[in-house]
Design a protein. Structure first.
Length: 114
């Protein structure tokens, strides 16, 4: 129908993510081997749902990427500490509805761990 919003589906990797407990508060740990390029890992407690993750106590996210910048969609009310390659890089002040945030700002593409 005209004017209807498109149906969104989670990324295929999210639907098939091993060990992802959907719909309930679950404690995760980042693997000791680290996080491979273009992979994401959770630590602490999270609730995973169809299109979002909700943080719980001790929640951390690790993502290894190769690009100039990494973007995250965050919502709620909090300050998120940003670490790049295990060094504190700054913070993102999250306020309100889900919004696109850019916690990194490199001038050239490179491999980083957020």
């Amino acid at each position: 129908m005209p004017g209807d919003l498109p149906q969104h589906r989670p990324h295929p990797r999210l639907r098939q993510a091993p060990g992802l407990a959907k719909g309930k508060l679950t404690t995760y740990a980042i693997p000791a081997r680290g996080v491979s390029l273009n992979q994401l890992s959770l630590s602490g407690t999270w609730t995973a749902s169809y299109e979002q993750f909700t943080v719980g106590p001790g929640a951390r996210l690790a993502f290894t990427y190769r690009a100039k910048n990494a973007n995250l969609v965050l919502g709620g009310e909090d300050t998120v500490s940003v670490l790049l390659d295990v060094k504190e890089s700054g913070s993102v002040h999250v306020h309100g509805a889900p919004t696109l945030y850019r916690p990194t700002n490199d001038t050239t593409p490179r491999q980083r761990r957020l």
